[in-house]
Design a protein around this ligand. Structure first.
Ligand code: PRX
Length: 632
């Protein structure tokens, strides 16, 4: 077994080794970390019993592996470069030693505020180093962090806080994203009106705007940290203690709190980061995600820190002040590894190529993509214009629930193919399933993507709702983890993810449940019923198309659409706004009352000649009416 795979042959050998003896493989990997006590059992439980545990009996603190163990070797190395929203604002670098000190200080702050092991802390912050410090400090004292993307509304924030009954909220006064200002403290105040579990709020200053203050509840980060000690003894955790909860959308109901645990998540994110990106000691790695998503958790915060990498924390957006912003940052810091979402690539492709050509991108060695299928045109543009035809592209497939990258080329090692996530990492065993629940053998086949054996960073449960965990992931195919994705395996055995097969949308790489959006739209007083589907969108990958029945005539559909957009922004977030709406007299339903979304998806995609069988509909004429209607 190789800790660092360096050739395709080594990859294949490692994969075979992991197949022969999975547990030995992960034992070997886990052995590279600092454990206060070694584990007794590598793995127990199964997809049948839904009680999966890794490295049971092992004692550790994940921050000792991210920070403390580096102090004597690379203490003075830069852990993070912080690049602010505006290129002229204050930027800074933070060494491993400084980060360790900051985390220790903030750990002491949290403990002084009464936060204890197992308590939940919600973090709703700008993409600044303080967000990372807050998360790591939670991990250090054994509190469970739940980072909420700072683009979510007060209602979404409140729902998440209530679901996990968080004790503390950490936020900023506000943030700037591009030319927009987001009043995080005001939004938090509104959320907290309906979130009684929060006892204290720590506010980190970022925009210096005036904010309301609730004495006894709110305190400034800078006041608390001032006198806090730089020393902190990390709290000992069991390998299976929860590390964080991250909310994500499912096909039904409200977002679910995906729970990851300390030991397995540590082992897998570290392993996958190292093998996939192949970051060297002097490299500069930049993942443009927000820490509010799993990509930020695993590949901005944890994976890179375990490996002693230098990463960038970027507060801005790809198009502010102009569409050359990402490339300006690449040039400025001589970035070697660049990891982003296809939606950003597609958006930037639509601008003049001079925004790219202006900058020297010769430092780049590896490019990555994540979050949604990448179309071939975007892949080639990325390869040619950003990578100069010389940088391997790692198209990394994974999910919030998988914790880390599952199927991906290893940079410079696995031969790539545009649009293909290629091959599984050693230790990961994907299978394609047919409609009858059988594994599809051989190549040049398509099916539903499942994973056959547990891997260390699989989500352990849905917070407070283990049944939902079982229902969503482990019930469709008994004995397998079901991903919700459709997939093709080509002649070479390479995997190409084709998209979700459930009612989950992927809009600009953001995961949204159709039910969530429908519930929000139904709140409008004129709306009787809504059916939301995705449709192909040039930039976003998928757009949101809402078909709706209204109880009165809509005289000004554009104004109505704006009202709906405002409503969705208020209830969920601007990312969930419908791109198109169509008012209909009826929705295509089966006799049992189920909406046939398959038909609506075709209509939304303007694929009208190919609607398939409509004979099971209660009223097939509904479809003809919808086909004739107008979308706004
Ligand atoms: O449909 C797949 C898509 O994103 C889903 C997971 O979304 P989320 O949990 O928000 O995590 C995104 C970041 C890991 C998957 O079920 N997806 C993710 N990566 C890819 C992808 N689809 C195609 N290719 C990918 N590389």
């Amino acid at each position: 077994m190789w800790l660092n795979i360096k050739s395709f042959d080594e990859y294949k050998e490692n994969f075979e080794e992991s197949k022969k003896d999975r547990l030995k493989f992960w034992d070997h990997e886990a052995g590279t970390f600092y454990w206060r006590k070694r584990w007794d059992k590598t793995q127990s439980g199964s997809f049948e019993d839904a009680n999966i545990k890794w490295f049971e009996g092992g004692k550790l603190n994940i921050t000792e592996n991210a920070l403390d163990r580096h102090l004597n070797t690379i203490g003075n190395k830069t852990a993070f470069i912080f690049e602010p929203n505006h290129p002229d604002s204050f930027r800074r670098t933070i060494t491993y030693k400084q980060l360790h000190e900051d985390v220790c200080r903030f750990s002491n702050v949290l403990e002084s505020k009464g936060v204890e092991k197992g308590d939940r802390v919600v973090i709703y912050m700008a993409m600044t180093p303080e967000l990372v410090i807050a998360a790591l400090a939670c991990a250090r004292i054994g509190a469970v962090h739940s980072i909420v993307f700072a683009g979510f509304s007060a209602q979404s924030l409140s729902e998440r806080i209530n679901d996990c009954e968080a004790k503390m909220l950490i936020t900023n006064d506000g943030l700037r994203r591009g030319d927009k200002h987001v009043p995080l403290k005001d939004i938090s105040d509104e959320a907290l009106e309906s979130s009684p579990s929060i006892e204290s709020v720590i506010v980190c200053q970022r925009t210096n705007r005036e904010i309301d203050w609730k004495e006894g509840r709110d305190e400034w980060w800078h006041n608390l940290i001032r006198n806090a000690s730089r020393e902190h003894e990390a709290v000992e955790m069991d390998a299976e203690d929860p590390l964080f909860i991250l909310y994500t959308s499912g096909s039904t109901g409200k977002p679910k709190g995906v729970v990851h645990t300390c030991g397995g998540y540590m082992v897998y994110t570290s392993y996958s980061f190292r093998q996939v990106f192949q970051v060297g000691a002097d490299d500069i790695y930049w993942c443009t995600a927000d820490a509010g998503w799993i990509t930020g958790h695993s590949y901005i915060i944890y994976g890179p820190l375990f490996n002693g990498a230098t990463g960038i924390i970027f507060e801005g957006t790809p198009t502010y002040p102009d569409a050359g912003r990402l490339w300006e940052v690449v040039e400025k810091y001589e970035v070697t590894h660049f990891y982003t979402a296809p939606t950003a690539i597609r958006a930037l492709m639509s601008y003049d190529i001079d925004y790219v050509k202006k900058y020297d991108l010769s430092s780049l060695k590896v490019l990555g993509t994540v979050g949604e299928p990448i179309n071939e045109e975007a892949w080639h543009w990325y390869d040619e214009h950003i990578g100069g035809g010389e940088c391997p592209i790692v198209d990394t497939w994974w999910q919030t629930e998988t914790g880390g990258i599952m199927i991906s080329p290893l940079a410079g090692i696995t031969p790539t193919k545009p649009g293909f996530a290629t091959l599984p990492l050693p230790g990961v065993f994907p299978v394609l399933m047919d409609e009858d629940g059988n594994e599809i053998e051989g190549n040049d086949v398509s099916g539903n993507l499942c994973i056959k054996h547990p891997w260390p960073s699989i989500a352990r449960t849905v917070y407070g709702d283990h049944d939902r965990y079982i229902q969503t992931y482990l019930s469709t195919y008994k004995g397998y983890y079901f991903t919700g994705d459709g997939c093709r395996r080509d002649d070479d055995g390479y995997y190409r993810i084709t998209g979700r097969v459930d009612d989950v949308l992927n809009v600009s790489g953001h995961r949204l449940g159709t039910a969530e959006i429908e519930n929000a739209l139904d709140e409008h007083k004129k709306v009787v019923e809504t059916a939301v589907v995705g449709y192909p969108h040039d930039i976003k990958g998928q757009g949101v198309f809402a078909f709706m029945i209204c109880d009165e005539e809509i005289k000004d559909p554009e104004a109505f659409k704006k009202e709906l957009n405002d409503l969705v922004t208020k209830i969920i977030s601007p990312i969930a706004k419908p791109d198109k709406i169509q008012i209909v007299a009826g929705l295509p339903k089966t006799r049992s009352g189920k909406i046939m979304r398959r038909i609506l998806r075709k209509i939304a995609a303007n694929d009208l000649d190919n609607l398939g069988d409509t004979s099971t509909l209660l009223d097939p004429s509904v479809v003809e009416d919808i086909k004739k209607g107008t979308a706004y």
